[in-house]
Design a protein around this ligand. Structure first.
Ligand SMILES: *[C@@H]1O[C@H](CO)[C@@H](O)[C@H](O)[C@H]1NC(C)=O
Ligand SMILES: *[C@@H]1O[C@H](CO)[C@@H](O)[C@H](O)[C@H]1NC(C)=O
Ligand SMILES: *[C@@H]1O[C@H](CO)[C@@H](O)[C@H](O)[C@H]1NC(C)=O
Ligand SMILES: *[C@@H]1O[C@H](CO)[C@@H](O)[C@H](O)[C@H]1NC(C)=O
Length: 405
């Protein structure tokens, strides 16, 4: 933002140099008065602000005059206060290319308002019936003329509403090219995300690539959007009338959709009560080194955390897990199976018997895993025996408790 202002100033200075010589540098007298009483200081600050406001108006007027007078200045990209007329531009590929460049500008991150303030509690309510996707009246609005600042929450007659996640027909939402959110809304745990915004025009759902915006999901089934100035007129941020139902979802529900047209409230699957249990066996004989045993006979796989094609268990949530694994061995020297957690060899099932004897050996291991951790068993040496019904080479485990780490 600051950089933008400086750029504007720079443009102004360049242009001003061409027209007249008056100096616009400004001294902040409010900055050297630490010894004065607070009230007096405040009065001075207010006066400074008024002066600055006035100065700003003068500069704006100058800018307008100069943009008309000087062709060079009017070509500056920031000098776009004059609305582009969509009807006359609609056939222009040149415009489309220019707009595409905005796409790469995203994620600058810097933000003077966001110093520790949760936008879920600090937003401006935007309750404008004409933003709705079912609004067809020919009221042509352009969001370029809005002074966007900070975060916004969309309402429709006092009810929470969301941006559309799919292309909206043109001439809706009180504008020519309705703006919709690409890539869908985030979940609460995603925090603030950046999303692309597209404007539909001429049967092209994204003919107008509007600058990306930031979006955040909030507790209570609503979203806040950090809207920014679109680059062309007439475009406006839409409110999807089909999402009105989402605002009525209860505390432990979230709004779901398959087609992004029909929305409905659905009970959240309680992640804290996640049930993860698995038990599988290898129904054959293993000899020598096998890097990863694929326990292809799966008896229990609650939560689908064990991949029966690879033999790898992947922790779906962070928490405390318990594993067990075993083998049955007979003669021929020591047999070792190791449990491998995130690449570390953490526990062994070791057996060593003489002659024709056979013995089973079971090992267990309990640990705290981060979500996404991988666990499998390797056959490092020896011979393990099993047939299709013996279940002697087995691997199993359970999530004992969910725990944030
Ligand atoms: C946009 O162009 C159309 C057609 O050329 C014209 O009728 C309309 O007045 C223009 N609007 C603005 C705001 O310039
Ligand atoms: C749009 O939908 C809302 C909610 O269903 C309804 O109250 C309103 O009358 C509709 N407006 C138009 C113009 O169809
Ligand atoms: C079973 O495993 C334990 C621990 O690794 C080991 O001490 C024991 O000798 C094993 N039993 C046999 C019969 O190999
Ligand atoms: C598996 O091995 C056990 C123990 O040797 C035996 O009793 C059983 O009949 C075998 N089953 C099959 C299907 O081979």
């Amino acid at each position: 933002m600051l950089a933008l202002c400086i750029q504007v100033l720079a443009v102004l200075v360049i242009c001003a140099a061409g027209t007249e010589k008056r100096d616009h540098s400004y001294t902040f007298s409010a900055w050297n008065m630490g010894d004065k009483p607070l009230q007096e200081q405040l009065a001075i600050v207010y006066k400074e602000m008024e002066n600055l406001k006035h100065e700003q108006v003068v500069m704006k007027q100058k800018q307008e005059v100069m943009s008309q007078a000087l062709p060079y200045c009017s070509q500056q990209p920031l000098n776009t206060d004059v609305d582009m007329n969509l009807t006359s531009l609609s056939g222009s590929d040149h415009l489309f290319n220019t707009l595409s460049q905005f796409e790469d500008d995203e994620g600058s991150g810097e933000d003077e308002n966001d110093a520790g303030v949760d936008p879920c509690n600090h937003y401006t309510a935007l309750d404008q019936v004409w933003r709705a996707t079912n609004y067809t009246t020919k009221k042509v609005v352009c969001d370029r003329s809005m002074q966007w600042k900070g975060w916004y929450r969309l309402f429709y007659r006092g009810q929470t509403i969301q941006m559309p996640e799919r292309c909206v027909r043109k001439e809706r939402c009180g504008t020519h090219a309705p703006l919709w959110l690409v890539g869908g809304h985030p979940r609460i745990r995603d925090g603030v995300v950046t999303r692309k915004v597209c404007g539909n025009w001429k049967n092209n759902c994204c003919l107008f690539k509007s600058p990306p915006i930031q979006v955040k999901a909030c507790m209570g089934n609503y979203y806040v959007y950090k809207f920014v100035k679109p680059v062309v007129c007439q475009t406006a941020y839409c409110a999807d009338i089909n999402t009105l139902v989402c605002g009525k979802c209860r505390k432990r529900e979230s709004c779901i959709t398959r087609d992004k047209i029909t929305w409905m409230c659905q009970k959240n699957r309680n992640r804290v009560k996640a049930k993860i249990h698995f038990f599988a066996s290898f129904p054959g004989q293993i000899s020598g080194k096998v890097n990863r045993i694929v326990y292809r006979k799966v008896f229990v796989n609650q939560g689908r955390a064990l991949n029966s094609r690879t033999g790898v268990f992947k922790a779906p949530v962070s928490g405390v897990y318990q594993f067990f694994f075993s083998t049955q061995t007979g003669g021929g020297g020591p047999t070792d199976l190791w449990l491998i957690v995130n690449g570390y060899w953490v526990a062994v099932s070791h057996s060593n018997v003489q002659g024709p004897n056979s013995v089973g050996n079971l090992s267990t291991y309990m640990t705290t895993l981060r979500k996404g951790a991988t666990v499998y068993v390797t056959h490092n040496r020896g011979r393990s025996w099993a047939n299709t019904s013996s279940n002697t080479i087995i691997f199993g485990g359970s999530l004992l408790m969910v725990r944030k780490i």
